[in-house]
Structures are given as C-alpha cells and as structure tokens.
Design a protein around this ligand. Structure first.
Ligand code: PHE
Length: 349
C-alpha cells in the first residue's frame, strides 16, 4: 500500500506540472482528489487492510493527500499569477449579473385575495368547490326547477354524459351558488363562508362578457340573521375595497334562491355620484346580487326556516377588478397579453 501511495503521488505531481491552465488543473483535481478521484478511492481501500498495516497506511495516505492539496494551491496561485502577467483579464466582479425575471400575480389572483381578505376579516371562512357541477346543485336545489325561466339567464355548457332518463345532469357551473347547498349539506349553523371560483357561461364575448370568469359567493346562516346583517356586512365590504367614504344602494332584484333579493350598488368613485362614463351617467355602480336565503332552499338541506335564516351574495370578480383598476375590457384577463399582465407586477396583494 505504501508503495502504491508513493507511486500515485509521483504520477499526480508529474501530471500536475503538465496542467497549463485552470481548466486542466480542475480536471486534475477531479481525477485525484475528487469524490471518485484515484487518491480518494485508494484511501477508501485502506479500511479493508489487515489491522497491523492499517495505521501506517492511513498516516501515509493522509500525508499524500495534504501534500497534493498544498501542491494544488501553489499551482493554482502560480497559474493565476501567470495569467495576470500575460494580461488575461481577471474576473470582473463589478460586471452586473443577469437579473432573474420575477413573475407577478395575475390580476384575478390579486383581486381574489383582496376580496377574501376583506371577508375573512369579518369572520368568514374561505372554501372552494367543483367546477363541473350537477344540475341538482347548480339549479334544482337553488329553487330553479327544470322549466323555470330563470335557467334562460344562464346559457350553459352541458356535459355529454347522460343519465338513465336520457338527461344530461352535469354542467360547467354557471355560478358559485351551488356551493351554498354543498356547504349547508355538510355543515350546521352558524355558517359564514365565502367561495371564490371559476364559472362558465355560453356567452357571446364582448368587452363586459366572457364565457369563463370568476365569482365570489358568500353565505351566512344562523339563528336571527336579518336583512340588516346583509346590509351591514356588504356595506363594510364595499368600504374596505373601495374606500371608507363609499355609499351603498340596495334595490330589489330577483334570484330564485333568495327572498327578498337585492342588487347592491356603490356610489360612483370616479365622479362621486354626479354621473360619468364609468357609471353610465347614473352615479351608481352595481357590484353584486344578494338576498336572504329562500326558505325553500333552507328546507331542502334540512334546516328549519322558522329557526334559521341567512343571507347570500354573489359578485363577479373581474367586474370588481375592472372597476378597481380601470380595466375597460374583460377579455384582457385571459388573453395572456404580457403588456397587460405586467402592469400588475408589484400591485399590493
Ligand atoms: N348567483 C347569482 C348570479 O350568478 C348571484 C347571487 C348570489 C345572487 C347569491 C344572490 C345571492 O347572478
């Protein structure tokens, strides 16, 4: 073993002499001192020697290793000195590096987080649900039976699959309201949830309509919840998102799964209510539909409407984002135009 070590030392030193540049020196280092280098392998085999030889071999082996490492350092310094004297430019550490391009969050994500944060601060939990939904949850359980005209409001993507009756019972959800039912089926009051999610409608797209969009649904059910709770909660939400000076307006509207149903508007933050293009001259901007959960809906999930009441609301996320950031075409959201998306880099989350 001692001989083999000496032999390796001689060979290594000779080869090192021959290394003419940094790259050659590095291959030399790998060949001898690297993890799979000749010396490393030889040193490893010392463990297998008979005990009486092991001590001496170990000591000699370590000595060879130290010698080679010292020689390597010396050689490295010599090569560097030579390079300097021949005028080879040294490593220029003042040269700026290439900045890695950092992505940003999509405006939909930014808005989704803002809205969820406003509601979680008010005690709501965030839950999510399926985008492919049963007719039952999307319509039936929400008090929209088969021939109800309200179905016409939602041009719908149906799944191909048929049930035994030859009906197509599944669709891409047209709103997030089916999650009201799913949540109530699984939980017992008190319930306070918001449900953000993608929805689908068979729309002719234009500046304000897309066939894929996001909604945020809200639901609160408990004993003694009244319309005052609905108004207070949504008012607070509007102020958190659009500024503390906002005023709100509730007007009657119709949704089959609430009674009474309302549409909520905020006073136009662009003109302060005097009428401008943003609010189409009315001074008000509609931001969501809402209402008290219909007794029939409560009954359907086994809640006694004499004991429990609740309110629900649903808003179109892109619409809120368009208002917030002055975006004039909803199609911009999902057309992946970097000129659009880049403008949201660094927008507060
Ligand atoms: N789901 C309704 C829509 O898509 C909005 C809504 C939700 C209205 C909850 C009332 C209560 O238009």
């Amino acid at each position: 073993m001692l001989e083999r070590l000496e032999e390796l030392r001689a060979r290594a030193i000779a080869e090192m002499e021959a290394a003419g540049d940094k790259a050659a020196l590095e291959s030399w280092r790998l060949a001898y001192l690297g993890r799979k280098g000749a010396l490393t392998i030889l040193l490893r085999s010392i463990g297998a020697l008979p005990p009486e030889e092991r001590r001496a071999a170990g000591a000699a082996g370590n000595q060879v290793k130290t010698d080679l490492e010292t020689a390597l350092e010396r050689k490295r310094a010599a090569l560097e000195a030579a390079a300097r004297s021949t005028g080879e430019p040294p490593l220029d550490i003042t040269l700026p590096g290439r900045a890695p391009t950092l992505g940003g969050l999509h405006p939909t994500t930014l808005m989704l987080r803002q809205i969820c944060r406003a509601f979680t601060a008010l005690g709501f939990q965030v839950v999510e649900g399926p985008e492919v939904e049963w007719d039952y949850y999307n319509f039936e359980a929400l008090n929209i039976p088969k021939d109800h005209p309200a179905r016409d409001m939602w041009s719908t993507f149906w799944m191909d699959f048929q049930n035994k009756a030859g009906e197509r019972p599944m669709l891409l959800r047209t709103h997030t309201s089916p999650m009201q039912i799913r949540v109530m089926e699984r939980a017992r009051p008190p319930i306070r949830v918001v449900i953000p999610g993608r929805c689908y409608r068979y729309e002719a797209t234009d500046a304000t309509h897309e066939s894929i969009f996001f909604q945020v649904e809200g639901l609160a059910v408990d004993q003694g919840i009244t319309m005052a709770d609905l108004k207070g909660t949504l008012y607070e939400f509007a102020r958190r998102l659009f500024g503390p000076e906002r005023r709100v307006r509730f007007r009657c509207d119709y949704f089959p799964f609430v009674e009474p149903g309302v549409e909520m508007a905020i006073d136009c933050f662009a003109c302060g209510g005097s009428g401008c293009r943003l609010c189409s001259g009315s001074g008000w901007i509609e931001i969501m539909g809402a209402g008290m959960v219909h007794p029939k809906v409560l009954e359907r999930v086994g809640y006694d409407p004499q004991v429990y009441t609740g309110f629900a609301f649903g808003l179109g996320l892109e619409r809120i984002a368009m208002l917030q950031w002055g975006i004039n075409d909803i199609r911009l959201f999902y057309s992946n135009d970097l000129r659009f998306l880049k403008q949201f880099k660094g927008v507060g989350q």
